[in-house]
Design a protein around this ligand. Structure first.
Ligand code: C2E
Ligand code: CA
Ligand code: CA
Ligand code: CA
Length: 278
């Protein structure tokens, strides 16, 4: 038994070593890839469910490596957070998305909104609000058309600090959405203290909506909660007409997902908006 234990231990630490080495390798690749301009944003339209008309888009980060592979954010954002690189990458994402928003407004889409994901590591950084203010100033982006998405897990932590920081963010004029809502456990009283504007129903609950009768209960609860608290609600990951239909019947006002459009390049977004007659 003892030798087995030791063998088990050896195997464990070796695979851990491999994992850490892989992470360090990826971290270096990401740092140099970022410097070489390998990161770019894709924009996924967000629509009004009543009319299917687009009102805005979410900026989603992509990494095209030197050898042409496309790596999704779920794989490299944890590494960017772990290494602290997310602070610089996140600022770049914000500036890039704000510049795109300014271009869209100039092209005549003058009420279009831009949602930008903010990592907790980035948000907790002491200079986050200064960075946001400078990015808004430098790009001349209109803050009332900018939304920051923070995850529900983050909304749960250190209530007092979060309330104050969100208040500072709100003073810049941007709005706040709670991303992946329903996956965490934020209490209602807590939610009321946060100056958020929108709840984003996580895709898992949208997927469940067409299953059993109980499948739609969380989506329904979030929609109701939004209505009671006077918050906007958007469903993410809407893939088919049945889901859209149920969401409409539950009174969900806004949606985003492959049914309407995949994330697009800036050029494709403008073309897509043109085809919508916008
Ligand atoms: P998220 O914020 O929940 O973004 C939604 C994800 O769902 C995106 O994946 C999007 O491409 C995907 N999606 C949209 N519609 C559908 C659909 O109908 N069906 C399915 N199956 N998927 C759909 P993506 O782009 O791979 O991003 C994954 C996550 O990475 C994001 O989840 C977000 O947490 C994070 N992320 C992306 N961009 C950024 C960024 O600039 N900064 C930070 N901090 N995180 C980011
Ligand atoms: Ca998001
Ligand atoms: Ca989300
Ligand atoms: Ca999600």
């Amino acid at each position: 038994a003892k030798s087995q234990q030791r063998a088990g231990h050896f195997y464990f630490s070796r695979s851990m070593g491999v994992e850490i080495r892989e992470r360090v390798r990826m971290m270096h690749a990401l740092r140099s890839g970022f410097q070489r301009g390998e990161l770019f944003l894709a924009y996924q339209p967000q629509v009004d469910l009543a009319t299917n008309a687009a009102f805005g888009a979410e900026a989603l980060l992509r990494w095209r490596t030197e050898d042409g592979r496309l790596i999704g954010p779920d794989r490299f954002i944890p590494i960017a957070e772990y290494s602290g690189l997310i602070v610089d990458i996140g600022e770049w994402v914000l500036r890039q998305a704000l510049a795109e928003l300014v271009r869209l407004h100039a092209a005549g889409h003058c009420t279009f909104t831009m949602s930008v994901n903010v990592s907790q590591v980035q948000f907790r950084h002491p200079h986050f609000v200064d960075m946001l203010r400078r990015a808004l100033d430098d790009t001349r982006a209109p803050p009332e058309y900018v939304e920051l998405e923070i995850t529900e897990s983050m909304a749960m932590e250190e209530p007092a600090l979060l309330v104050e920081k969100l208040a500072q963010v709100k003073r810049t004029g941007v709005s706040i959405a709670i991303d992946d809502f329903g996956t965490g456990f934020s209490s209602l009283s807590h939610l009321q203290r946060l100056q958020v504007d929108r709840l984003k129903i996580d895709r898992t609950f949208v997927t469940e909506i067409t299953g059993s009768a109980r499948g739609s209960s969380i989506a329904e609860m979030v929609i109701q909660l939004g209505r009671n608290l006077g918050l906007s609600v958007i469903a993410e990951g809407v893939e088919d007409e049945r889901q859209a239909h149920i969401l409409r019947s539950l009174g969900c006002p806004l949606a985003q997902g492959f049914l309407f459009s995949r994330p697009l390049t800036p050029e494709a977004l403008v073309e897509w908006l043109g085809n919508q007659g916008l």
